[in-house]
Design a protein around this ligand. Sequence first.
Ligand code: SAM
Ligand code: DTB
Ligand code: SF4
Length: 326
Amino acid sequence: MHNPDVCESDPPVSTHPHWQVAAVEALYHQPFHDLIHQAQQVHRRHFDPNEVQLSTLMNIKSGGCPEDCAYCPQSARHSSPVVSEHMVSVAEVQAAAQAAKAAGATRFCMGAAWRSPRGKDFERAIEMVQAVRELGMESCATLGMLTDAQAQELADAGLDYYNHNLDTSAEFYARIISTRTYADRLETLGHVRNAGIKVCCGGIIGMGESVRDRCTLLATLTHLPQPPESVPINMLVRAPGTPLEHAEELDPLDMVRTIAVARILMPASRVRLSAGRSAMDDALQALCFHAGANSIFYGDRLLTTENPGVQQDLRLLDRLGMVASR
Ligand code: SAM
Ligand code: DTB
Ligand code: SF4
């Protein structure tokens, strides 16, 4: 059947629609209630709207990163107060994952301030993945760029998800990061997918990008061979000492619109209301869930910045009649 919103040039092997940017922009610019209603309808066809997936993050290697991502307090090139620390031990990961599981998280995500993993550090990351798997939790890692062989080793260790964000449109990317290219990012995503690891890939809004950049990012995700199973939408945390410390404040309704559009474009994916929740009130978070977000980072900290506390989140979910996925 002809669908004017998708590219006619799509490869025939693809079974999911590849959205055109103009069609995504048209969705984004609809009257707010029309957009949210459509997103909620799509959401209900694929998920229980009262259920949310809880992922706990742990920073396994903090600070001192050689990359220059303008948003990131862990870049060694910025004057952020975050200092470079040694990689944590496998025992520390085990303890943190155990605690996260006891608090109700089902996924444990390990992040490292690396351009790409190397040598003994990578071996230890592999052991960490195995330790999380042994607890019966889903494992996720975000370690920077991977080779084909590294992706395969992570898959062999039982890694469930790899987080590697495209962050923004290809056009805006070069304004935010100069030490790697969009193509580098896509290459790692290809290795992860080929190794059979599920893909977690999204972006950040509030960096001074245009609505078109946001829509281009979301369209790009639909152009991947398969859409990411997990789509984190981060609201920029304006971290002290980073070049984006003084970025203009985002209209919070743009966060809701971006989530709604992600939900419509990728109906079967988990859309995560990611960084930025500490700056949001409960009503705004409720709107984000209504727009189709069904996953959050759960725990007192993200990587280097704060996140709402566990008790605060449990209270919010309870007030909304929402339950954590098992
Ligand atoms: N170094 C690895 C990499 O960049 O892929 C993994 C860790 S990195 C901190 C993971 C993601 O966190 C980034 O891709 C970015 O989307 C997000 N992030 C980092 N700093 C952020 C900030 N200040 N606000 C919102 N999201 C941020
Ligand atoms: C993602 O999309 N967001 C997370 C996770 N993947 C690794 C990271 C958010 C980091 C926010 C800034 C900080 O705490 O340093
Ligand atoms: Fe390094 Fe990742 Fe931060 Fe970029 S986002 S500076 S690669 S830790």
